[in-house]
Write a protein that binds this ligand. Structure first.
Ligand code: GLA
Length: 731
C-alpha cells in the first residue's frame, strides 16, 4: 500500500511541476458558522481544502494545502480532494462525473477557468467554471451560501461543444470530503405506512450507497436525505453533523465512500441507474440542488437551520399560514355522494377547521372511479355520483362557510379509462412484454410535452371552471413500471430523468398561473418529500399511517429535515385503542387536519377537538413558524417530547407522550430549550378532555426560562399512549 501511495505522490508532484496561472487561488464559500474552502492546485485543478467550522483568519484559510497529507507512517500522500472528481483521473475512488467523449475517450480532467460571485436571495452565489484541457467540455459548479441559516445549496451544470453527443454515465450534484476519525451514517428507510425510519451505522472502508430506482413514487423505500455524525454517532444536542438532502423527485443516489486513508467522500446526485445520458452539444445538463448544513451542536440545531432556510427560501408560501382541514378518505373512501359531502362540509365547519378536502373517487364516467381499478386519467366528475359537478360542491362549501379542496393524481392512468383508450402512446409501458401494474395503474410519460399539457390542464380546467377551488392534494401512487417511453424511442436512457423534468415543467406552469393556491404533495403517503417538489407545494403528506404511536416516530424522522409547516398530519381512526386526545395531540405537532367522521366522536371528544383546533391556531406562531426542539427521543426512551418556541421567545408549547413506559421506571424530567433565561413563563396544561383535571404537577405556575431549561418539568407518566400538552407563555 505504501508503494502505491508513493507512486501517487510522484504523479501529483510531477503534475505540479508546471504551475497553472491560477494556482493557489482560494474560493471561500462561507456562512456565519461554516467554511467550505476550495483551492486551485499547482496543476490547475480545483480541490476542496476545508469544510468545517468557520475559520477566524483569512490567512489560515489561504494557507490550507490542496493536497491531503494522510498517510499514518510519515510518508506523504498528496492526492488532493478534487472538488468535482471525474472518471479516469488518478484518484481511483468514486468520481462525481463520468463522461465518454464523442470520440470514445472515457477520461475527463477539469481545470479551473474562472469564478464569480452573484447575489442570491438570502445569500451569495459562487459560480466556478471548469474546463477539460483536451475537449471542449465544461462544468460549472454553483454554491449558494445562506449565512444566517448556515445552509449551503450546490449544483452543477455540464455542457460541451464536441462534434457529436457525449455520454454521461454519472452526474453528481456535488462532492464533499471529510477527514475525521470516524463517520456514522443515519439513514431514513421507508415503505408504505412506515416512512422515515431512522437507523445508524458506522461507515467503514468502502462504499455505502442509498438509492432508489422507483422512478415516480421514488422515495417509497428510502428518503432523499441523510445525516453523518463526525467522530461519533449523530446526537441531538452535541457533536458535529452533516445533514444533506437532494432536491429531486425521481431516482436519487447517495454514495458514501471511505477511502484507503480513512477519508470520507459524500456524493449526492441523480441515480445514474439505467440512465446513460446522451448530452448534445450546447445542451446544458443541470443537476438537482444538494442542500446541506453542518451543525456543531447536533442534529437539533441542523434541523432548525434547515427549517428556517426552507420557510424563507424554498417551501412554497413558506412564510404564509396554513389551512386546517377535514379530509374524507379515511372516513368514506370511495363511498360518497353529493349529499354526504355537503354534510361533511357542515361537519368541517362544526369542527372548526378552514377547509373540506375531497379525496379520491369523484371522477370518471365511462369507467367510474368506484375503487382503485378504474378511472384514473378521466378527470371529469362522475355525473350520477355528483350531478351538480364541482360547482355544486363549491357551493355547498360556501354554504357551510368552509373552503373546498380536491384530490388529483394527474400523472397516472388506469388502463380502464378513456384516456388510455384514446392515448395508449402517452403511457410508459413496454411494447413487447407483459405489463406489470402497481395499484392497477400505469405512469404517464411526462417526457412527452403533450402529456405535460394534459396534466397541466387537469389543474387548469378545474380552476378555470371553479376559481374558488382553494387547494389540491396531488397524489402519485405508482412507481414507474415497465420502463419504456413511446415518445422518445431513441432515448430510453433519459426517461427516468426527462420524466421528472416533465413533472417540473408542469408544476412551474401551475405555480406561475396560480401562485396562491396551496397544494399538498402526496405519494401513497410520504414517498415524495424533497425540496425541489416543495418549491411547488405548501406541505406534504407524511404517511397514510396515522396511528399516533407510529406517527410520533414518522414525524420525528421527517422533522430532521422539514419544518412542521411542511408536514401534514391528520387525526383519524387508525389505532382506535388510543384516545382522540392522544391522536389529536400527535397531529397537532404538524400542520393539523382531520380525517374522521364526527359521528365517531362523542360529545366530549368533539368538544375536545374543537378546543384543540382553537389552541393549535393560537399556537401557530410557535408550531408553524417557530423553533423546534426535539427533547426526548422515542428511539431512546419509552416516551417522547417535542417543544416549539416562537421566534420572539414569548410563546411555546411542549408536547409530551407516554408511549410504553415500564412498571415504575424512572420518569425523566423534561428540560426545555430555546427560552429566554431571564423571562418568566407561565406553564399551563392545555388540550384537556372536558371534565378532566390536570395532573400536571407544575400546572399554572410561573418559572424563569432559566429554571425551565435547567430544572425542567414533570410531564411524563405511566399510562401507555397518553399525552400532555403544556403551553408556555411569557409573563
Ligand atoms: C394514497 C394517499 C391517500 C389517499 C389515497 C386515495 O394512498 O396516500 O391519502 O389519498 O391515495 O386513493
Amino acid at each position: 500500500m505504501k508503494r502505491v501511495l508513493s507512486i501517487l505522490s510522484a504523479t501529483a508532484i510531477a503534475t505540479a511541476a508546471f504551475a497553472h496561472p491560477e494556482a493557489g487561488k482560494i474560493i471561500r464559500i462561507s456562512t456565519d458558522n461554516t467554511d467550505l474552502i476550495l483551492k486551485v492546485g499547482d496543476n490547475g485543478r480545483l480541490y476542496q481544502t476545508y469544510l468545517g467550522p468557520k475559520l477566524l483568519n483569512a490567512d489560515d484559510a489561504a494557507g490550507l494545502g490542496w493536497a491531503q497529507y494522510a498517510a499514518s507512517d510519515g510518508s506523504v500522500s498528496k492526492r488532493g480532494w478534487e472538488a468535482y472528481s471525474t472518471s479516469g483521473n488518478e484518484d481511483f475512488f468514486e468520481p462525481a462525473l463520468g463522461v465518454t467523449h464523442a470520440d470514445g475517450n472515457p477520461t475527463t480532467y477539469l481545470y479551473y477557468v474562472d469564478s464569480s460571485e452573484t447575489p442570491a436571495e438570502g445569500g451569495v452565489q459562487t459560480n466556478i467554471r471548469l474546463r477539460d484541457d483536451k475537449y471542449p467540455f465544461d462544468v460549472t459548479l454553483h454554491y449558494v451560501a445562506y449565512p444566517k441559516e448556515n445552509v449551503i445549496k450546490t449544483w452543477s451544470e455540464i455542457k460541451h461543444q464536441e462534434k457529436k453527443p457525449v455520454t454521461l454515465s454519472s452526474f453528481a450534484s456535488a462532492m464533499l470530503y471529510f477527514n475525521e476519525m470516524s463517520y456514522y451514517l443515519t439513514e431514513f428507510s421507508s415503505d408504505w405506512a412506515k416512512e422515515a425510519q431512522m437507523s445508524s451505522q458506522q461507515l467503514q472502508f468502502g462504499k455505502k450507497v442509498i438509492d432508489t430506482k422507483l422512478g415516480s413514487r421514488a422515495a417509497m423505500h428510502t428518503h432523499p436525505f441523510f445525516e453523518i455524525g463526525l467522530n461519533g454517532p449523530v446526537k441531538e444536542n452535541s457533536g458535529e453533523v452533516l445533514m444533506g438532502t437532494l432536491g429531486w423527485t425521481g431516482n436519487f443516489r447517495f454514495t458514501f465512500e471511505v477511502d484507503n486513508v480513512g477519508n470520507l467522500r459524500v456524493i449526492p446526485g441523480i441515480n445514474p441507474y439505467a440512465s446513460n445520458y446522451e448530452l448534445k452539444a450546447d445542451e446544458v445538463f443541470t443537476t438537482p440542488e444538494f442542500i446541506f448544513t453542518l451543525s456543531y451542536d447536533g442534529s437539533g440545531q441542523g434541523s432548525r437551520n434547515l427549517h428556517d432556510w426552507a420557510r424563507k427560501y424554498s417551501l412554497k408560501d413558506g412564510d404564509g399560514s396554513r389551512l386546517t382541514l377535514l379530509n374524507n378518505w379515511e372516513n368514506t373512501a370511495f363511498d360518497f355522494d353529493q349529499d354526504i359531502l355537503a354534510e361533511l362540509m357542515k361537519e368541517a365547519k362544526h369542527l372548526g377547521v378552514d377547509m373540506f378536502l375531497l379525496d379520491d373517487g369523484w371522477f370518471g364516467n365511462k369507467y367510474p372511479r368506484k375503487d382503485d381499478h378504474a378511472g384514473l386519467g378521466d378527470w371529469e366528475v362522475t355525473h350520477d355520483k355528483l350531478p351538480g359537478g364541482i360547482a355544486a360542491l363549491v357551493k355547498s362549501a360556501n354554504d357551510a362557510d368552509v373552503k373546498f379542496g380536491i384530490w388529483i393524481e394527474p400523472e397516472m392512468v388506469n388502463p380502464k379509462s378513456e384516456l388510455y383508450e384514446k392515448h395508449p402512446d402517452w403511457v410508459i409501458e413496454q411494447p413487447n412484454r407483459d405489463t406489470y401494474y402497481y395499484r392497477n395503474q400505469l405512469v404517464l410519460d411526462m417526457s412527452n410535452p403533450k402529456v405535460q399539457d394534459y396534466v397541466f390542464d387537469v389543474v387548469d380546467n378545474i380552476l378555470t371552471e371553479n376559481p374558488e377551488v382553494a387547494y389540491f392534494k396531488w397524489d402519485c401512487n405508482s412507481p414507474i413500471t415497465n420502463i419504456y417511453s413511446p415518445y422518445n424511442k431513441d432515448k430510453q436512457g433519459q426517461l427516468y430523468i426527462d420524466h421528472v423534468r416533465g413533472i417540473y415543467n408542469v408544476l412551474k406552469r401551475i405555480k406561475a398561473k396560480y401562485p396562491d393556491v396551496p397544494m399538498m404533495l402526496c405519494s401513497g403517503g410520504g414517498a415524495r418529500c424533497d425540496y425541489e417538489a416543495l418549491k411547488y407545494f405548501t406541505e406534504f403528506w407524511c404517511s397514510d399511517n396515522t396511528d399516533p404511536v407510529e406517527r410520533v416516530y414518522i414525524q420525528w424522522g421527517f422533522s430532521q429535515f422539514f419544518p412542521a409547516k411542511a408536514m401534514a398530519a391528520h387525526v383519524t381512526s387508525w389505532n382506535k385503542n388510543t384516545s382522540v386526545k392522544f391522536r389529536t395531540d400527535v397531529a397537532s405537532m404538524c400542520k393539523l387536519g382531520f380525517d374522521i367522521g364526527l359521528k365517531e366522536l362523542n360529545a366530549d371528544e368533539l368538544a375536545y377537538c374543537q378546543q384543540a383546533i382553537a389552541n393549535w391556531k393560537h399556537l401557530e406562531p410557535a408550531i408553524m413558524d417557530g423553533e423546534q426542539y426535539r427533547l426526548v427521543s422515542p428511539y431512546e426512551s419509552n416516551h417522547a417530547a417535542v417543544e416549539y418556541v416562537d421566534k420572539s421567545k414569548n410563546m411555546g408549547v411542549l408536547f409530551a407522550y407516554n408511549l410504553s413506559p415500564r412498571y415504575k421506571e424512572k420518569l425523566q424530567r423534561v428540560k426545555l430549550q430555546g427560552l429566554d433565561p431571564s423571562k418568566k413563563y407561565r406553564v399551563t396544561e392545555i388540550n384537556l378532555m372536558p371534565g378532566t383535571k390536570s395532573k400536571f404537577a407544575q400546572n399554572n405556575k410561573i418559572f424563569s426560562g432559566d429554571y425551565l431549561m435547567k430544572v425542567g418539568l414533570d410531564v411524563f407518566s405511566f399510562a401507555h399512549n397518553t399525552s400532555m400538552v403544556v403551553e408556555i407563555s411569557a409573563q
